[in-house]
Design a protein around this ligand. Structure first.
Ligand code: PGA
Length: 258
């Protein structure tokens, strides 16, 4: 039985004060969800340390939104894996569509980051997802295959055990348009089959595959209720506990049922 993971991607939002306040609220709420539902928050780099301090001793885990693949050195503006570990991060999000499409990251760069993160002891949330034009052209599965192949190139099964996949159709991110539960399930099933072929069926059964793209309290239960949807990567609705906690609550209800 896979657990649920509900992850908040705060993107380039919050202030130090609002980040710490939100972390405090989630740390309190998180104490109710230890069985079957994991919670993760990914604040901007400058707020990792104050948020880590606020989350200390709570069930809420900390992640970053990106990392660089090189060891510390002359890479102005970049942040190394060991620095994230030093800030108590356990996870890092890689391959988010904003990094791919706004910052121009290739599958090759994402793969280098992923391998560096895993070998440095971080868990990776690897985001994949098609553009609207690609969906309309019937290329969704081809795009997912390419991004999975590129992102996990050279990654053995033992290392891939540190990867969570997030299916995030680009047309659903921050738009208020959500994939239907059927569209999400079809993509997730495809991703799980891809993992079964690339690795082994037993391995693929244990991989968490999150859905992301306009997840909110009112659509969380129907999305999380799909057989291959193991959690959510939440942007906008993760910025307030009043909108994030109900999504965690939807997962808790479903995990109590199964
Ligand atoms: P959204 O973002 O929930 O605001 O659509 C999701 C994401 O980009 O991870």
């Amino acid at each position: 039985m896979r657990r649920f993971l509900i992850a908040g991607n705060w993107k380039m939002n919050t202030t130090r004060q609002s980040a710490v306040a939100l972390a405090g609220e989630l740390a309190t709420a998180g104490s109710n969800y230890e069985a079957g539902v994991e919670i993760l928050v990914c604040p901007p780099y400058p707020y990792l340390i104050p948020v880590a301090e606020k989350l200390s001793g709570s069930a809420v885990q900390l992640g970053a939104q990106d990392v660089y693949f090189e060891a510390p050195g002359a890479f102005t503006g970049e942040v190394a894996v060991e620095m994230l570990k030093d800030c108590r991060c356990r996870f890092v999000i890689l391959g988010h569509s904003e990094r791919r499409h706004v910052l121009g990251e290739s599958d090759e760069i994402i793969n280098r980051k992923l391998r560096a993160a895993i070998s440095g002891g971080l868990q990776v949330v690897l985001c994949v997802g098609e553009l609207l034009s690609e969906r309309q052209a019937g290329q969704t599965e081809e795009v997912l295959d390419r991004q999975m192949q590129g992102g996990l190139s050279g990654v053995a099964e033992a290392d891939a055990a540190n990867v969570v996949i997030a299916y995030e159709p680009v047309w659903a991110i921050g738009t208020g348009v959500t994939a239907t539960p059927e569209q999400a399930e079809s993509a997730h099933e495809h991703l799980r089959n891809w993992l079964a072929t690339r690795y082994t069926p037993g391995f693929s059964e244990n991989v968490l595959i999150l859905y992301g793209g306009s997840v909110k309290a009112d659509n969380a239960e129907s999305l999380l209720g799909q057989a291959n949807v193991d959690g959510a990567l939440v942007g906008g609705a993760s910025l307030k506990s009043s909108t994030f906690v109900p999504i965690i609550e939807a997962a808790r209800k479903l995990s109590a049922r199964t």
